[in-house]
Each structure stands twice: as structure tokens, then as C-alpha cells.
Design a protein around this ligand. Structure first.
Ligand SMILES: NC(=O)c1ccc[n+]([C@@H]2O[C@H](COP(=O)([O-])OP(=O)(O)OC[C@H]3O[C@@H](n4cnc5c(N)ncnc54)[C@H](O)[C@@H]3O)[C@@H](O)[C@H]2O)c1
Ligand SMILES: [Zn+2]
Length: 376
């Protein structure tokens, strides 16, 4: 790939949500520039930076230095890494830290981390003083292409994932692609499943581009920026069409109904399965299930599987280490998923690559016999 200057490489995606509109900047070196970018957009000069123990030693000092150089006084809070941090207990800790830092309405909570830190800090930003400014500095691929955009925030409870939260849009998203170099390969691949998802929802050309260019996306540089920008643009389009998920935003759940059931079946044990891996298997299942219902060609399912397999993602239930509960238990998890309306199941199905749609009348008996057939 040709060398390109950072300025030329950078991309900006604007999320046009009226008075809640915001910019997503995607490119190298953005943490070093964060202070200037934030100071240019926000009136306040105080910030509480929330991060986790994996990200802090690598990037916290650089971010704080950048904020202070721009005249923004920064306090910071380092939390344990992992899904369990999205809890009431840690929400309290974050709210307390934000208030201790005397962050007021025009000041900012800054999330520096993956989706866990983004969801938790965004929730705190949405409720402290009934809402303070919020900046996302996503550091995982998944958070750069998905969770940092769209304003869904929240925590998990013993009743399930993401069940308590608010919609609170960020004021700015800074996706610094350099930080992805320290992400584990497995986490990078998991985030890539969500990138491929945008192609499979309604962008067949993007999916074909990924089939050709995925190695460059993994390698970094211009192709990586392009893939992240295209993903943010796709997510922005869906969010603008349906900010509060009353309709088409549900398409973003392609592969997630099966995926969430597999995550529940493995007790959210990241050693066995992480979210993006569940989504990869779920997307293959969604295409196969659509073929079984004669909606799509079985060749499309094969094509999806071939690509996800090529990048190193799991594509079959049998790829998950350890034993899975029986198909009936997976079915129960699916039925408990929120996408169930009056007995019939709501599923994201497809007519082919990039032709997904919301089906709200899928008979559960069909799903069960399909799961039995696919069960390892
Ligand atoms: N709000 C939304 O719309 C939305 C959408 C999708 C997912 N989510 C949520 O996002 C969460 C998953 O996000 P995630 O995959 O980013 O998980 P995560 O935040 O747990 O990050 C994954 C791991 O990578 C580490 N990490 C992050 N950036 C790193 C870096 N640059 N270098 C080294 N290590 C790094 C983290 O410490 C963590 O161990 C889930 O809780 C999910 O529910 C939210
Ligand atoms: Zn997802």
C-alpha cells in the first residue's frame, strides 16, 4: 500500500441528528489531538476520563496530556476490564467520580476503551446532573464500528444484558486507528464480524470489497480506515432513520438472535465465545435458516461462511470449545430474547447477500428443528 499523509488518510462521518448531531473522526494520531478536537466543540473545560486496566497503561497518559495542553482539566478513573464491569456497582463508582471531578453539564465524560467502558460511561453521562456532555474514544474495533455510535448506553443485570440504560448520544467520537495495533487478534476478528454485518445487511458491494480487501483491513492503514468509516456511515444511516429502535434499527441485530443464545449458552465466558464470534456464527445460521425457508440461495450462506472462515472467525456451533446445551435450551434463550412478540419470533432474515429484512412471524417450531439439525 502507498504511504499516505495522516491528514489525507483521515475520514469524518457526521451523524445528522438535528440538535444531537455529532462528528465521528477516524484516523491515526487522534488521541494526541483529542484535547484540541474536544475544546473546539465543547464549552466546558473539565473532563472525567473513564477507562479500563488494559487500556490505561497504554493510552491514558497521552490522552490526559492532550486534554491538559488544550486547557481541559482531566480526572481519571481506571476500572477492571471485562463485561462484568457493566454493573450497578461500577455505575455508582463512575457517577461518583464524575461528581467528584465537578463535571458540570457543559463538561464531558470521556470514555476511553471498548464497548464495556463506552456503554457504562455513556450511561453515567446520561444520568449525572440529568445529562452531561459525552465523548467516545473507542479503542476496540467493535466499539469503533458499532457501540460508540448511536447513543445506546447501559449496564447488565441478573435478568440479562443491557437491560438498564438510556439513549444518550455522544457529542464527538474519536476513532484512533493506531490503538487497534495493541488489540488482541481475537478481539480484532470479533469486531470484524460487525464490519461484515453491515455488508450483509444492505451493502452487497461493501461485502464484496471486504472479500477482496480484508487482509489490508487487518494490516492497518488506508483500507482499515475505509472499512471503519464505511461501517460508521452505515450505522449512522440506520440510527438517523430510527434513533430509538422502533423499526429498521432492528436490522443491526442480524446474526444476534442466534449469537445471543450462544453467548447465554456459554455463560458469557469469553474464553469460549466473545460477542463478535457469536455474531459470526449467528450470521451464518441466519443465512442458512433463510435458505431453509426458501428465501435465499444456499450458495449465499456458503459465501458468508467462506469469508468469515477465511478471516479466522468461528462459523459453526461446533467451533465453540466445550459442550453446548441441547437445541431446546438454545431455543428457550431465543424465546427469552427481547425480539419476541406474542408467540411468533422476530428474526432478521435475508433474501441474499445485502438483502436482510425484519421478519416478525417466524414459527418457533421451524427454528427448533433447524437448531436440532445444526447442533454439533
Ligand atoms: N451501545 C451499543 O450500541 C453496543 C453495540 C454493540 C456492542 N455493545 C457492547 O459492547 C461491549 C463489547 O465491546 P468490546 O468488544 O469493545 O469489549 P470490551 O470493552 O470488553 O473490550 C474487549 C477487550 O479488549 C481490551 N481492549 C480494548 N481496547 C484495547 C486496545 N486498544 N488495546 C488492548 N486492549 C484493548 C479491553 O480491555 C477488553 O479486555 C458489550 O458489552 C456489548 O454489549 C454495545
Ligand atoms: Zn453486536
Amino acid at each position: 500500500m502507498n504511504a499516505i499523509t495522516p491528514a489525507a488518510a483521515e475520514r469524518l462521518v457526521r451523524v445528522p441528528l438535528g440538535e444531537r448531531a455529532y462528528d465521528i473522526l477516524i484516523g491515526p494520531g487522534l488521541i494526541a489531538r483529542a484535547g484540541r478536537e474536544i475544546a473546539a466543540r465543547l464549552k466546558g473545560r473539565k473532563a472525567a476520563v473513564i477507562t479500563d486496566e488494559n487500556v490505561a497503561p497504554r493510552y491514558l497518559d497521552a490522552l490526559v496530556a492532550s486534554l491538559e495542553a488544550a486547557g481541559i482539566q482531566a480526572a481519571s478513573l481506571v476500572l477492571p476490564a471485562g463485561e462484568k464491569t457493566k454493573s450497578f456497582e461500577h455505575l455508582m463508582t463512575v457517577c461518583d467520580a464524575v461528581l467528584t471531578a465537578r463535571v458540570e453539564r457543559n463538561d464531558a465524560v470521556i470514555a476511553l476503551g471498548g464497548g464495556v467502558i463506552g456503554d457504562l460511561s455513556g450511561f453515567a453521562a446520561g444520568i449525572v446532573r440529568r445529562g452531561v456532555r459525552f465523548v467516545q474514544i473507542p479503542t476496540s474495533l467493535l466499539s469503533q464500528v458499532d457501540s460508540s455510535v448511536g447513543g445506546k448506553t447501559g449496564i447488565n443485570t441478573r435478568h440479562g444484558k443491557n437491560l438498564v440504560g438510556v439513549f444518550h448520544q455522544p457529542d464527538l467520537v474519536l476513532a484512533d486507528i493506531d490503538v487497534l495495533n495493541t488489540l488482541s487478534e481475537r478481539e480484532f476478528r470479533a469486531g470484524y464480524a460487525e464490519v461484515a454485518k453491515y455488508g450483509l445487511i444492505d451493502k452487497p458491494d461493501f461485502f464484496a470489497w471486504l472479500e477482496t480487501n480484508w487482509r489490508d483491513v487487518f494490516a492497518g492503514g488506508a483500507a482499515r480506515i475505509e472499512a471503519i468509516a464505511a461501517s460508521c456511515q452505515a450505522k449512522s444511516d440506520v440510527v438517523v432513520a430510527d434513533e430509538r429502535e422502533n423499526g429498521p434499527r432492528a436490522l443491526l441485530n442480524l446474526g444476534h438472535t442466534f449469537g445471543h443464545a450462544l453467548e447465554a449458552a456459554t455463560a458469557y465466558d469469553s474464553r469460549r465465545l466473545v460477542h463478535g464470534e457469536g455474531v459470526a456464527i449467528g450470521m451464518v445460521l441466519a443465512h442458512e435458516f433463510s435458505a431453509r425457508l426458501n428465501l435465499a440461495s444456499p450458495d449465499d450462506a456458503k459465501r458468508v461462511e467462506a469469508h468469515l472462515k477465511a478471516v479466522g472467525l468461528p462459523t459453526r456451533m461446533g467451533d465453540i470449545p466445550g459442550e453446548l446445551p441441547p437445541a431446546e435450551t438454545l431455543m428457550d434463550a431465543i424465546a427469552q430474547d427481547k425480539k419476541v412478540k406474542s408467540g411468533k419470533l422476530t428474526f432478521i432474515l435475508t433474501r441474499g447477500i445485502g438483502q436482510s429484512f425484519v421478519a416478525d412471524d417466524v414459527p418457533s417450531s421451524e427454528v427448533l428443528s433447524f437448531l436440532k439439525e445444526k447442533h454439533p
